[in-house]
Design a protein around this ligand. Structure first.
Ligand SMILES: [Zn+2]
Ligand SMILES: [Zn+2]
Length: 113
């Protein structure tokens, strides 16, 4: 299937770009189905998952939240059926939502998009 490589593991446990800054935080996480890039969702302040999809021309993501396994195509704006991606399928269960621990501002709900 185009834009999906089920053998590529996720890049890590949190948003790549948020973790590269001193104060980035996210609401929910999305995993690029093609290269494994983990980014933050469109409700998060920085929307790194959709920015990666556009910048890298990798339009398909899977939720990286526990208990969720849907695939989303940013190009067609539709849910997709697809293969099971390489584990881990979600961020660690002890990682808070929003995350990461220690960075989420008290008024985080008012900062969502
Ligand atoms: Zn981010
Ligand atoms: Zn990618």
């Amino acid at each position: 299937m185009d834009h999906i490589d089920p053998n590529t593991p996720p890049s890590g446990t949190g948003c790549v770009e948020c973790l590269a800054t001193d104060d980035g935080w996210w609401f929910h996480l999305r995993r690029c189905a093609q290269c494994g890039h983990v980014g933050c969702c469109d409700s998060s302040p920085s929307q790194h998952a959709s920015r990666h999809a556009a910048d890298a021309s990798h339009p398909v993501v899977q939720s990286f939240e526990p208990g969720e396994d849907w695939l989303w195509d940013y190009t067609s704006e539709q849910l997709l059926e697809g293969p099971v991606l390489a584990p881990p399928r979600h961020h660690p269960l002890d990682q808070p939502v929003p995350g990461p621990a220690g960075r989420v501002p008290a008024d985080w709900e008012s900062q969502l998009n």
